[in-house]
Ligand binder design. Structure first.
Ligand code: PLP
Length: 424
């Protein structure tokens, strides 16, 4: 059954028990599946019939959660991966080979930056990092004949720049390229990139989708709208000799991209999600719309408190009218952005450390988007592998504190911040 509203999709989509079956999505803890004939199994291998044969390639629990996330984003297919990093890797490797080129916003998660800048470069895939706020004509200069994809984050971690998705989609499409958007921070509850022209959406489900800091995971969702037959993507069109000479566009039509990603790369790389993880992720997804509303409400209150506090040198939250991305956020995320804010404490790096250590309710952790409020100093942790120049390009200043506002009572979070600031 198809549901219209995201809060209903979050609870109901993906798993529809038949008569007498468990009401709650069961964990199918089996690597393999039994069939009565070798002939039928052969048809499964040839992708002539639907079904499961080995959990590295597909599993009923994982598939149910894939369907839910697919419905939340409004796509035609989804693959759950072992991590957000695996999702980023899968999403680009599915259309890039050695000799190809990526144009990416420079302000992206440090791990993704490293994946593109170091590991993919070692594989012969080059990335040009751009200021996504530059005018279209400027961005066009980064496109090369061998460019295969444009990449950005809807809300950049940790600098909280809001991506002009329509502009990036125009850049990509006018060059016959797909736009991949990492939609981890706003989630589909607050931002639907496909509605603004994105072709592929990826997630670190480790963040708000799980929302309880329990399972690492990722997702790749295909909008089904990109025309892969434009001559730039032979890997999707020409026969795949590693898959019985199958052409993904001919066989799967709109779902060619996601079908190739599973049949070829999930098969070869083994980076899919496990059924246990999918089960736990599904519990988080059921309350995602409720939690996103509360994260945003609390973050707004905390940001307003910090903006008026004399010990804070600067504050960055797209929900503040003083923020340079306020109008853009209202356009792409009218119901709120996310629960993550960043700010500097007067006194620089030392004051930042003192403040963070004085917090009691909020913990120092390498994480965001948890139900519990947490803080982090990116320059000495998540972004420490970046050079000083790359740090500046990624918009991460040395005094930047990233706070992920949880779903506790806002007054308690603010009281904790107030007592910690008093000790600075
Ligand atoms: N994308 C974004 C925006 C992230 O914030 C992260 C992790 O923080 C990732 C991707 C990588 O996800 P994971 O840690 O699940 O591999």
């Amino acid at each position: 059954m198809n549901f219209e509203h995201l809060d209903t999709i979050a609870v109901q989509a993906g798993y529809e028990p038949k008569n007498g079956e468990p009401r709650v999505l069961p964990i199918v803890q089996s690597t393999t599946f039994k069939y009565d004939s070798a002939e039928y199994l052969g048809k499964l291998f040839d992708l002539e019939v639907d079904g499961f044969f080995y959990s590295r390639l597909g599993n009923p629990t994982v598939e149910a959660v894939e369907k839910k996330i697919c419905a939340l984003e409004g796509g035609v297919g989804c693959i759950l991966t072992a991590s957000g990093q695996a999702a980023s890797f899968l999403s680009v490797l599915n259309i890039c080979s050695a000799g190809d080129h990526i144009v990416s916003s420079a302000t992206i998660y440090g791990g993704t930056f490293n994946l593109f800048d170091v590991t993919l470069r070692r594989l012969g895939i080059e990335t040009t990092f751009v200021d996504a706020d530059a005018p279209l004509e400027e961005l066009q200069k980064a496109i090369r004949p061998n460019t295969k994809v444009v990449f950005g984050e809807s809300i950049a971690n940790p600098v909280l720049k809001v991506l002009d998705i329509e502009k990036m989609a125009a850049l990509a499409h006018s060059n016959g390229l797909p736009l991949i958007v990492d939609n981890t921070f706003p989630t589909p509850v607050n931002c639907r990139p496909f509605e603004w022209g994105a072709d592929i959406v990826i997630h670190s489900t480790t963040k708000y989708m799980d929302g309880h800091a329990q399972v690492v995971g990722g997702a790749v969702v295909d909008s089904g709208r990109f025309a892969w037959t434009n001559g730039k993507f032979p890997g999707l069109v020409e026969p795949d000799e590693s898959y019985h000479g199958l052409s993904y566009t001919q066989h799967f039509g709109k779902a060619a991209y996601i079908a190739k990603a599973r049949a070829q790369l999930i098969r070869d790389l083994g980076i899919g999600m496990t059924p246990n993880t999918a089960y736990i992720l599904n519990l988080g997804l059921e309350t995602l719309p409720l939690r996103m509303a509360k994260h945003c409400e609390n973050a707004q209150k905390v940001a307003e408190y910090l903006e008026n506090n004399g010990k804070i040198s600067w504050i960055n939250y797209p929900g503040l009218p003083s923020n340079e991305y306020y109008e853009r956020a209202k356009k792409y995320m009218p119901n709120g952005t996310c629960g993550v804010i960043s700010f500097g404490v007067k006194g620089g790096r030392e004051a930042a450390a003192k403040f963070m250590e004085a917090l009691k309710l909020a913990n120092i952790v390498i994480h965001v988007a948890d139900a519990r409020t947490s803080v982090l100093h990116p320059a000495s942790t998540t972004h420490r592998q970046l050079s000083d120049q790359a740090l500046i390009e990624a918009g991460v200043s040395a005094d930047l504190i990233r706070m992920s506002v949880g779903i506790e009572n806002a007054e308690d979070i603010i009281a904790d911040i107030a007592q910690a600031l008093e000790q600075v």
